[in-house]
Design a protein around this ligand. Structure first.
Ligand code: ATP
Length: 365
């Protein structure tokens, strides 16, 4: 059980800054995701917390203790890598017992603890089998068993499911989350897969170029992205961006796109110049009555819904609508937006403007 806090944590490799200056708290028992594209600094952040990489500056606290000077082995965490290396000449029981035996734990205690872990992971029936003939899933469970048998304060996992095929990966993701709920240890998990992050995480820190751009529960990040980058990285298809030159004042409740008035949540901030209206595909409605026009380019059938690609004066847009609705490529239609769900982005970094809808939940990293 552990609360982990980092303060202004920074890592430079020569003249390159991999992690800019991160500060956040991971609460005790939380399943915390570090999410972002390749090279954004997720692994470096995790390795610094684990004691495998020395920070250039900043502090790391585990349960209030500053652990910067402590080696990885003294931090009482378990690091689970993508490649699970098991000892091939030992059976499952000995593989799981190994960390305890090397710590000198009494044999009787080792037996009880290994059997407890096997029960949690539901692998009692294979305890005495050699690891050589095990399926991929069972190997993964044995490796997890070896990590949890030590009862560490926290688990750090770096893309542990990265090498698995899609179906098995989804299954293991469910198992990992269920395991977390059973043992309740703080888990920090690195992934570049937004679906995995949404599916498993209590909280997600979305990283880009060494910066945490947003931190919050999955739904908050999905509904109220703090930046254009976050809005684009999360969601499939991602949020649409309608670009326009315009302005909105404090208290403003609409913007003008292609000469048409579009209602937005009352703004708490003013901005003008190059602005972007963000709208999720499921919040776009096709409506003959609406004066904001778009041309239907194509439709992609997905079972209960379809993704309709449209061209507007402010750029391409995708709508997720019912497959029961008939659309004809080449036709012109009106678009209506669910105004309560809209986000306006402004400035060079595409920061979300604070409005009555996202006020209080919008947390910039
Ligand atoms: P990936 O999933 O691709 O590993 P990541 O978000 O985990 O991405 P990091 O591994 O943290 O990214 O790397 C962040 C940046 O720091 C990358 O540009 C990487 O090339 C660089 N980097 C990492 N380790 C070193 C090192 N030891 N020396 C020099 N540069 C490094």
């Amino acid at each position: 059980m552990a609360q982990i806090r980092i303060e202004k944590l920074r890592k430079e490799f020569g003249s390159f800054t991999a992690v800019q200056s991160s500060s956040f708290t991971i609460e005790d028992g939380e399943f915390f995701m570090l999410l972002g594209p390749s090279g954004c600094g997720k692994t470096t952040t995790l390795r610094m917390m684990a004691g495998l990489e020395l920070p250039t500056s900043g502090e790391i606290f585990i349960d209030g203790d500053e652990v910067g000077m402590k080696r990885a082995s003294q931090r009482d965490i378990a690091f689970v890598f993508q490649m699970f290396a098991l000892y091939p000449h030992m059976n499952v029981r000995r593989n799981i017992a190994y960390p305890l035996l090397s710590q000198g734990v009494a044999k009787a205690d080792v037996k009880t603890r290994v059997e407890d872990v096997a029960r949690i992971l539901r692998i009692e029936s294979i305890l005495d089998k050699p690891v050589g003939g095990l399926s991929g899933g069972d190997r993964q469970r044995v490796a997890l068993g070896r990590a949890i048998v030590r009862r560490p304060k926290a688990f750090f996992m770096d893309e542990p499911l990265g090498a698995l095929d899609a179906e098995f990966r989804e299954h293991m993701a469910e198992e990992l989350r269920a395991l977390h709920d059973r043992i309740g240890a703080t888990t920090v998990y690195v992934t570049h897969d937004q679906l995995e992050a949404m599916q498993m995480g209590d909280k997600i820190a979305v990283m880009n170029h060494g910066v945490v751009e947003q931190l919050g529960p999955p739904q908050q990040i999905y509904d109220w992205p703090a930046t254009r980058f976050v809005a684009d990285f999360i969601g499939s298809p991602p949020m649409n961006f309608l670009e326009f030159q315009g302005m909105i004042g404090i208290g403003g409740d609409h913007v003008v796109l292609d000469g048409q008035r579009i209602a937005v949540p009352t703004s708490r901030q003013g901005a003008e110049g190059a602005l972007t209206l963000g709208v999720r595909p499921e919040h776009v409605r096709l409506s003959d009555a609406s004066p904001y026009r778009a041309r239907i380019e194509a439709a992609e059938y997905l079972g209960t819904t379809q993704i309709v690609r449209l061209a507007t004066a402010n750029g391409p847009i995708k709508a997720r609508i019912s497959s029961a609705d008939v659309v004809r490529p080449g036709e012109t239609v009106g678009l209506d937006f669910d105004s309560r769900t809209l986000t306006l982005f402004a400035g060079e970094r595409g920061r979300a403007l604070v409005s009555e809808a996202n006020e209080g939940v919008l947390v910039h990293g």
